[in-house]
Design a protein around this ligand. Structure first.
Ligand SMILES: [Ca+2]
Ligand SMILES: [Ca+2]
Length: 94
């Protein structure tokens, strides 16, 4: 049995690969794959996941090595940033 945190980590990996394997490099998210992931998996955390400029901005921020795709470490950066933002929101609410 995995702990809650371990399950969450496995979930992250699974979600990433579900989308990264759709086209091109199997281990990286193209802009299209990133957009799909954001729309399907992060729709309540992101304000306008359907807005192309939002996707462009996030892609640009995430793509540290400038190859035009988001690899797993870059994806984790996004999830970590969103988790921190969400935690702040959660703390304000309590
Ligand atoms: Ca891909
Ligand atoms: Ca990259």
């Amino acid at each position: 049995m995995s702990s809650q945190l371990e399950s969450a980590m496995e979930g992250l990996i699974t979600v990433f690969h579900n989308y990264s394997g759709k086209e091109g490099d199997k281990f990286k998210l193209s802009k299209k794959e990133l957009k799909e992931l954001m729309q399907n998996e992060l729709s309540s955390f992101l304000e306008n996941p359907k807005d192309a400029s939002v996707v462009d901005g996030i892609m640009h921020d995430l793509d540290e090595n400038g190859d035009g795709e988001v690899d797993f470490p870059e994806f984790v950066t996004l999830v970590a940033a969103l988790t921190v933002a969400c935690n702040e929101f959660f703390c304000e609410d309590v």
